[in-house]
Design a protein around this ligand. Structure first.
Ligand code: PLP
Length: 395
């Protein structure tokens, strides 16, 4: 693997030099005012990225998985019922975590490649007259299949059923890259990590909790210590942590949110959509199909591409890595060997993306797939040059 090449995996993502430097800092006393000057702007920046006025943000030394645990262990009690759809590896893992925590998960099995069935959720919630379901779990962007679910539709389903459950959302591969509106969508817990949209190394779990979720914290009885947000809130009040914070990563998070907000969240979202559109046109030019079943669930951060029947898609990933020094994502779980994934999120430009598409073409041609060199690149170039000219003219 060449360290000179960008990666095209759906996280960890490429790191801008300025963020790498921000993370690499000398030791400071994390109980001195110097730390507060990093912590508070980082938390305030995350709030803006989540588009929330009212939520409280907590950042743990952990990863997105720890964010899942933060969301459930702070708001739920042993034996509580929760509702979730399983439509890929990440929703599956969150369900598994809930089961291991002694929650009763009502799983709506959903074809891998489709989004959360909000209509089915509404029926289930409407039938739950006793309000035994305490939380609805939603994976906003299924990174395994390249499927974006409609969280606003899940919220509408909950409201239509007049159901008071909490809405806990995994936004690990969407927040900071795709539209995410915590307050407008009535999200009670928003979960992410540092190594995807925030373009940092792995090492932080980032969680926003609504006022309703914060009220649930007081009665939740799942065991929690490391991820207890009450301890964290007490720490923050004194510009500190209940333990040793990951200071360099928090310094990176402060700068990362400044960068995203300086670009403008709408521009960040539009950039991801443009780059993704080029990838999707390339896939079409290759004569291939996305795992995502319809345009309304296409993800703008990762594309999972189905390879011809009988061909092991993982070979593309292995070949690109060993011969060209470029990383793509393999298929996970049910779609292992059936898809390969192109990550297109974080610090990425048209020019970087074109190099990734060109490499994917070389790998596929080397392996005998009927892909004409330059076909996908040309399709993406058409998207990028037309939209780039528009953007330059508008500026
Ligand atoms: C990456 C990812 C996770 C897991 O995050 P880690 O930081 O690896 O623990 C969870 N959910 C989704 C949707 C992801 O893409």
């Amino acid at each position: 693997m060449s360290m000179q090449n960008p990666v095209f995996i759906p996280g960890p993502t490429n790191m801008p030099e300025v963020l790498r430097k921000a993370v690499d800092m000398p030791t400071i006393d994390h109980r001195s005012p110097l730390f507060g000057a990093i912590l508070h702007p980082a938390l305030a920046g995350v709030k803006k990225v989540l588009r929330t006025e009212s939520a409280q943000v907590f950042v743990f030394p952990s990863t997105g998985t720890g964010g899942w645990e933060t969301a459930i262990s702070n708001t739920l009690s042993p034996g509580d019922r929760v509702l979730a759809a399983r439509n890929g590896m990440f929703s599956h893992r969150w369900i598994d975590m809930c089961q291991r925590h002694g929650l009763q998960v009502q799983v709506v099995e959903t074809p891998w490649g489709e989004g959360i069935p909000a209509g089915r959720f509404e029926e289930i919630l409407a039938a739950d007259k006793a309000h035994e379901i305490k939380a609805v779990l939603a994976t906003h962007n299924e990174t395994a299949t390249g499927v974006r679910s409609d969280i606003a539709a899940v919220r509408r389903a909950m409201d239509a059923a007049r159901h008071p459950a909490l809405l806990l959302v995994d936004g690990v591969s969407s927040i900071g890259s795709m539209e995410f509106r915590m307050d407008d969508w009535g999200v009670d817990a928003a979960v992410t990590g540092s190594q995807k949209g925030f373009m940092l190394p792995a090492g932080l779990a980032i969680v926003g909790l609504s006022a309703k979720a914060m009220a649930a914290v007081e009665t939740a009885r799942l065991p929690r210590t490391f991820f207890d947000v009450r301890d964290m809130a007490k720490g923050y009040a004194g510009s500190a942590y209940p333990y040793t914070p990951a200071v360099g990563l928090l310094n990176g998070l402060k700068l990362s949110t400044e960068m995203l907000l300086a670009e403008g969240l709408d521009n960040v979202i539009a950039r991801h959509n443009r780059i993704a559109s080029g990838v999707r046109d390339a896939v079409r030019a290759w004569g291939m199909q996305l795992c995502a079943s319809s345009p309304d669930c296409w993800s703008d951060t990762v594309s999972a591409i189905r390879t011809p029947e009988g061909f092991n898609a993982t070979r593309i990933v292995e070949h690109a890595a060993s011969v060209y020094g470029v990383a793509f994502g393999t298929g996970l779980g049910e779609v292992a060997g059936k898809v390969f994934r192109i990550g297109h999120l974080g610090s990425l430009t048209d020019v970087m993306m074109l190099s990734g598409l060109a490499t994917a073409e070389m790998a596929m041609a080397d392996l005998g797939l009927p892909v004409r060199l330059g076909s996908g690149v040309a399709a993406a170039q058409e998207v990028y040059r037309s939209t780039a000219v528009q953007l330059a003219t508008a500026a």
